[in-house]
Design a protein around this ligand. Sequence first.
Ligand SMILES: *[C@@H]1O[C@H](CO)[C@@H](O)[C@H](O)[C@H]1NC(C)=O
Ligand SMILES: *[C@@H]1O[C@H](CO)[C@@H](O)[C@H](O)[C@H]1NC(C)=O
Ligand SMILES: *[C@@H]1O[C@H](CO)[C@@H](O)[C@H](O)[C@H]1NC(C)=O
Ligand SMILES: *[C@@H]1O[C@H](CO)[C@@H](O)[C@H](O)[C@H]1NC(C)=O
Length: 313
Amino acid sequence: MRALSGKLVSGVVFICVVSCYGQNPFTPGQYDTDWIDFSPKPDGIPLHSTVYFPKPSGLYSPILFIGGMYGWASSGYYSILLTELASRGYIVVGFDRYYPGQLDQLTSPVRAVGRQNESPSIELFFNTTQWIKNHLSDQIVAQADWTKTSLLCHSAGCDDTLVMVNVSRTIAQASVFLDPMSLDAMVLQTLNSKVKILASMSQLSEEKPMCCIPGTDYRKIYDLMNCTKVRMQVKDFGHCDIMDDLLWDVCHSANVCRTTNNTRLENYRTFAAGVIHGFLQWAIYGKTDMQKYVTNQAYMPLPLVDLAFDLNC
Ligand SMILES: *[C@@H]1O[C@H](CO)[C@@H](O)[C@H](O)[C@H]1NC(C)=O
Ligand SMILES: *[C@@H]1O[C@H](CO)[C@@H](O)[C@H](O)[C@H]1NC(C)=O
Ligand SMILES: *[C@@H]1O[C@H](CO)[C@@H](O)[C@H](O)[C@H]1NC(C)=O
Ligand SMILES: *[C@@H]1O[C@H](CO)[C@@H](O)[C@H](O)[C@H]1NC(C)=O
């Protein structure tokens, strides 16, 4: 576990009553943040996990995150996005399934379609969540409100998220799929689940070299859900643009996936954090004035090439 700097210095408690209500979700978050990580040894957590959280005490909504390549891409490769979310008032728990997920360990963990039940990973995620529920408050003053939990995933990490939604229809109130790629999505029937979903894809993800595959992507996930749902496709960004510079550079220079040039990455990560925040405030806290930031292009700072939603639940 990393030592926390200034853990005992409680931050200034920001009184957010009227002023935050209706605030544009794309503006920078208001909280100072920090992070902490836990390892099987010595902490006893089932899976290595990294938690990004607001420093001030308060009750925040937890987000359970799984990164790309079936979780090979540890949450540390997404620290810019996850920190932006924490600064908006979330406790983000990144499950680092193959920690540290170094580049030389990357062997493509492709799985057989629909054989998820043979993998212990879902139970590992549930057990790890339980460990966090039991131990997080020993370490940080920010408190998680587990009745307001959501899931977040990128790319093939979304395979596991979708199975989590399928096996436990109560694990979360909402789920956000970023550039999802899910082989399980091909075999699943419509889910009778009340989980509200946002499925977003960067437009260049399905241009050569293809990093998302039509039929397993954000449209498919949208089609599978039977509740409040939104889908969008963001113009002129690519599959790796959401990641921190280290992995973005590899992706860009080796031409693994199409990317933008590096002049607009900040805009994209801020856009993603804002749209996720707007969606969760609406989906989990019922702030209907946030809906327009997620369903109306006129309120969004980046252009979309696809936007659809269904609010009948
Ligand atoms: C999850 O926890 C339960 C109860 O402690 C245990 O029986 C099970 O083996 C654990 N599963 C995994 C995959 O670690
Ligand atoms: C989804 O859940 C159903 C019912 O519990 C189960 O039969 C099915 O195998 C699951 N599908 C996947 C891909 O996990
Ligand atoms: C979808 O929701 C509707 C309305 O709640 C319900 O009648 C229907 O059975 C659901 N379909 C599936 C496949 O869950
Ligand atoms: C980066 O991309 C933007 C938008 O496509 C473009 O206007 C700009 O000229 C590009 N900059 C470089 C250095 O290629």
